[in-house]
Design a protein around this ligand. Sequence first.
Ligand code: SAM
Length: 222
Amino acid sequence: MVAGGLSGGDSYQGYRTRLVETLQSRGIRDLGVLRAVSLVPRHRFVPESVRHRAYEDAALPIGGGQTISQPWVQARYIEVLGLTGREKVLEVGTGSGYQTALLAMVADRVFSVERVPELTREAQKIMLELGIGNVTILGGDGTLGWRPYAPYDAVLVAAASPEVPKPLLEQLAVGGRLVIPIGDREKQALHLVTRRDADNYETTSLGDVRFVPLIGEHGFRR
Ligand code: SAM
């Protein structure tokens, strides 16, 4: 696990500690995830206009009609992947890069794909500024996965799709886990898919969620 240049202790530390307490009270137990939340400066990933709300357990706008998801949802998402620090992870939908930074602290390597060029550039910039070195961010259609680095021990899709994109299933390692919101544009259920062997995938539904659409060749068309 590479923690990047994050050490906490800035003037927002008290807010982060309170956010960790909120997440614990809402059932998040994974100590690695809670530690990541206590160190990653969420205020750096949101626009100036909503910076004062950065440590609320709430989704916030990040521009271009996109959102940074609610911290509880992001923490829960990562928790169900059961990461130990040794995994290679594919994330689809970098957005602001906040969840990417959390993943970077609980996995070995993170590859993240974002379709909106401005968000891709901003996220790449902030990873450099924060000294997070185990993340690579690519601009493009994440429904195609990122084949050169496959297979992945875990795949996290941060946007809603009508079905699990086939390339992502193919690029999941045997024994690997994938989380994705599946449904229509209005309402989805979070699905956890575990690849048991080459042709055997087991799917569990983890409850209702609401995400922006995954737009691409194997998601919503537009
Ligand atoms: N987890 C992110 C964060 O911490 O800010 C928020 C992700 S936001 C809910 C979903 C993101 O998925 C948006 O930035 C959107 O542009 C992106 N997206 C939608 N379709 C995509 C695709 N086919 N490939 C890559 N990214 C996509």
